[in-house]
Write a protein that binds this ligand. Structure first.
Ligand code: CTP
Ligand code: CA
Length: 224
């Protein structure tokens, strides 16, 4: 069923959304990744376009169709995602970082397939760049929205991330809860914002939730 939104409160605004997991290569046949399905990020991009925004979706590898009215840029690694986001940042009014970016990558990518040996093995990892934190440092007028999937101390960790990354909102979900988080079509979140702003949303389909989240942020940030 088509959803028709008459009011376009994001008309004239450019929204950049990142979605999905990243892949960090180990060798030509192997990589490190996570369980992100991309569904929440794609829903955020679809909602931004429905609200009238010029919408760019920077996506890690997922098998989801490009939402209507959205321009997609496909990337693989955290580094490629960083470069793609920076390329769109200057002209952006809002960046929504829904992607589950790898925190670590192999310190070296082997040129040939790594052969097994007897006994245990260790893989040396190095930190990736924290994209949201980088955007927070470079911020001029952009509204920065992060996501956080947590299994415990949700409020405390979300508020820490808001501060540390100089973000305007952190949308937190408790992935230990039923019907929320990775690969579900539904999600339940709490939004944390500057000045102790806090608003909880009940379990609902990711598409409906995305529209509510973006409407809330649009109302608070762009309706002045
Ligand atoms: N994020 C990012 N770049 C990274 C890691 C995270 O931009 N290298 C962004 C995510 O896209 C998300 C937000 O930061 O919007 C929070 O991600 P999360 O993994 O919850 O936070 P971390 O700071 O990585 O902390 P931790 O994984 O230790 O909880
Ligand atoms: Ca992380």
């Amino acid at each position: 069923a088509g959803h028709f939104t008459k009011i376009k409160p994001l008309k004239g605004k450019k929204v950049v959304v990142t979605a999905g997991p990243t892949r960090e290569r180990i060798d030509p046949v192997r990589f490190l990744t996570n369980f992100s399905s991309g569904k929440m990020g794609y829903a955020m991009a679809e909602a931004a376009a429905e609200l009238g925004a010029d919408t760019i979706l920077i996506s890690g590898p997922v098998s989801l169709p490009v939402p209507n009215g959205v321009k997609r840029i496909q990337v693989e690694s955290a580094q490629q995602m960083l470069e793609a986001v920076l390329g769109e940042y200057e002209s952006a009014d809002m960046v929504v970082k829904t992607a589950a970016v790898a925190d670590y990558r192999p310190a070296a990518i082997a040129g040939q397939k790594v052969k097994k040996k007897e006994g245990n093995s260790v893989l040396e990892l190095e930190r990736t760049v924290d994209i949201l934190q980088q955007l927070g440092q470079l911020k001029s007028r952009q509204i920065l929205v992060g996501f956080a999937a947590e299994t415990d101390h949700v409020a405390q960790y979300a508020k820490d991330k808001l501060e540390r990354k100089n973000a305007d909102y952190i949308i937190a979900n408790d992935v230990s809860a039923d019907q929320a988080g990775f690969d579900h079509d539904t999600n339940a979140v709490t939004v944390y914002g500057r000045g102790d702003f806090e608003k909880a949303f009940p379990v609902m389909p990711k598409k409906a939730l995305a529209l509510e989240l973006l409407s809330l942020i649009t109302e608070k940030e762009f309706s002045k």
